[in-house]
Write a protein that binds this ligand. Structure first.
Ligand code: AHR
Length: 614
């Protein structure tokens, strides 16, 4: 039984209390949310130290038909541009048909009657008038869609066509072939379903976008996580590499063991925010890479201004007028209106090092000077100790981002974590948390923790679970993720429904409340006495009844503990599993004897009220 006191609001709940954290981990972006169906579309893959199997022709294979042969080579002479530097040369022998095929991310999914946008950059040394044939082929060899490009010029040029699938398929391939001789060069070979989330070009997978929207998030933290500051600075997330024409973005490797096309870049993230009704919360690196990686990489102080300027330019990209350098790019990309960026996250889960302490203040000072209205979200690191909170307090950031991945019991016993936080310090952003599992028990533990957060919503301003997405068989974070998916299915976990329930039903204020904590039915065999006690908590007993008749506390025999039995009983924490007070029943007539005790917790840690007969 829950008692909610409508007349006793305690704290206001932030309008942005519940949001999402997106990181490209577990193939969340390419092969996941980003709807591109071709893998390694611009031939930029290469072996990584944590994934040696990748190579420039990953997901590609040679096609030779009707006696035709071809040699494939990934090269970088005279590339499409200086950011997207590799492409494939198909050296044709002039007989039969030859080309290449892409199998997507373990198969391309096609839907009967759905339309697909194909595009490619191509050039050819000879036989320019020979057509390029484009097919979508099912794993049984049947052709589900076909189109052709009549001729290819000697210089790089983009070609596009629309294909309509004649049947469903889950393991289809995209096949691009030609006849004749010479060298056919291809780059940015792309296939997109026309039906994307909110119908965006270069958009998101519809079902996954929908699953995010249905969480009712009020903010979206992106792009990471560890990928924001990178394993080393070489793969730190530089937002400028991820905007503009997709063919001119500069792909990079991902610390989770794969490559990022950056087709889902900063513009798409901000557009996604609009599409799901969330405010953007970009994370910019603060001149240091991931604290777990050795050697620990940091920007030399004399170069730090470049990284600080990146942060300032990002704000201009999001909010600046169309006449400004970066506002102009936003407008050219199709969004002249500002994205109304309100927050910038500085750093991700930084370790407490002198290098962080030295660099962080420069970012704060520059943003504060140029954009005083932007709310700066700092970082206090990993674990319950929040090591950098003192620096965040000194820098007077708006809020500070703390992370923890703990077992469910930690969440259950930490619902009072924020009760004692100093309200004069920066607010807390719980920017990554999860209870190491997707069972119902995990979800309940997280829900319990959120009740503690709501009670402390005057200091905890924002929260988001992590990680958000995980592709089956492609995970680097296998224990717990909010949404699991493969190429065709989306699985919402119990943890998902907890997030959804809290976000959808968030109140404006927190109301004082109490619950019935114990109700014992004690039969005759044990009905010598009834006892009440506490374990590890402080409670106020509101009433106790025996067979429906109120018991008078003054009659109770006191056995120990700290209490006041003049009005109602008030118990301090007590670690004994013994009654603090006890009473002999008036009668034991052989029928069931029902003791009812109603109490509310008034402080202390999580513990129990004990009410029992003995
Ligand atoms: O959410 C997965 C990882 O956990 C994030 O990249 C990092 O911030 C944290 O350590």
């Amino acid at each position: 039984e829950v008692h909610v006191h409508l007349d006793r609001p305690s704290v206001e709940l932030s309008p942005v209390l519940y949001g999402l954290f997106f990181e490209d981990i577990n193939y969340a972006a390419d092969g996941g949310l980003y709807a591109e169906l071709v893998q390694n579309r611009s031939f930029e893959y290469y072996p990584l130290s944590n994934n040696r199997r990748l190579h420039p022709l990953s997901a590609w294979e040679r096609v030779q038909r009707d006696g035709g042969t071809a040699k494939l080579a990934v090269v970088d002479e005279a590339p499409l541009n200086d950011k997207n530097t590799h492409y494939v040369n198909i050296a044709l022998d002039g007989t039969g048909t030859a080309g290449i095929a892409n199998s997507g991310f373990a198969g391309i999914v096609l839907e009967k009657d759905a339309k697909y946008d194909f595009s490619v950059y191509a050039r050819r040394t000879e036989d320019a008038d020979k057509a390029i044939n484009v097919q979508l082929v099912k794993d049984d060899g049947s052709v589900l869609a076909e189109g052709s490009i009549d001729a290819v010029s000697a210089e790089w040029k983009k070609y596009e066509l629309t294909l309509t699938a004649s049947d469903d398929a889950t393991k289809a391939k995209l096949v691009v072939t030609t006849t004749g001789g010479g060298v056919l060069s291809l780059d940015m070979v792309s296939l997109f379903p026309q039906e994307t989330f909110k119908g965006r070009k270069n958009g998101m997978r519809k079902d996954l976008g929908q699953a995010l929207a249905e969480l009712n998030p009020k903010f979206l933290r992106f792009p990471g996580g560890c990928i924001a500051h990178g394993s080393g600075l070489a793969n730190a997330y530089r937002w400028k590499d991820t905007v503009g024409d997709v063919a001119e973005r500069k792909p990079n490797w991902n610390r989770w063991g794969y490559h990022q096309s950056y087709g889902l870049g900063y513009f798409e993230y901000m557009q996604l925010c609009e599409d799901i009704g969330a405010t953007p919360l970009p994370v910019v690196p603060v001149g240091v890479a991931c604290g777990f990686t050795r050697p620990f990489d940091k920007v030399p102080m004399e170069d730090l201004h470049i990284w600080v300027d990146d942060a300032l330019d990002l704000i201009e990209f999001a909010n600046g007028p169309v006449e400004s350098e970066w506002g102009k790019l936003r407008a050219e990309m199709g969004h002249p209106e500002p994205f109304n960026l309100e927050y910038v996250c500085l750093g991700n889960e930084e370790h407490d090092t002198p290098e962080v302490r030295e660099r962080f203040p420069y970012f704060v000072a520059a943003i504060r000077e140029r954009y005083p209205d932007i709310k700066i979200v700092g970082t206090s690191g990993l674990g319950e100790g929040i090591p950098l909170y003192d620096l965040m307090t000194r820098e007077q950031v708006y809020s500070s981002d703390e992370h923890y991945y703990m077992n469910p019991n930690w969440y259950l016993s930490n619902t009072r974590r924020f009760d004692s936080f100093d309200r004069n310090k920066p607010k807390i952003f719980v920017g990554e948390y999860a209870s190491e599992g997707n069972s119902m028990f995990n979800a309940m533990a997280e829900a319990a923790y959120l009740t503690g957060i709501e009670r402390n919503a005057d200091i905890v301003d924002m929260t988001c679970y992590a990680p958000l997405l995980a592709k089956y068989n492609y995970t680097q974070w296998p224990k717990a993720d909010l949404i699991w998916f493969d190429n065709t299915q989306v699985v919402r976990t119990p943890n998902y429904y907890v997030q959804q329930m809290f976000a959808t039903n968030k109140g404006d204020v927190y109301l004082d409340n109490s619950v019935e904590m114990a109700r014992n039915v004690v039969d005759k065999r044990y009905a010598g006495r009834v006892g009440i006690g506490t374990w590890l908590t402080t409670i106020e007993v509101e009433s106790a009844k025996l067979n429906g008749k109120p018991l008078n506390f003054a009659d109770w025999e006191v056995l120990g503990g700290d209490y006041d039995n003049t009005k109602s009983a008030y118990f301090q924490r007590d670690v004994r599993a013994e009654p603090a007070m006890s009473l002999a029943p008036e009668s034991a007539d052989g029928s069931k004897t029902v003791y009812e005790v109603r109490a509310r917790k008034t402080g202390g840690e999580e513990g129990f009220l004990l009410a029992f007969g003995y």
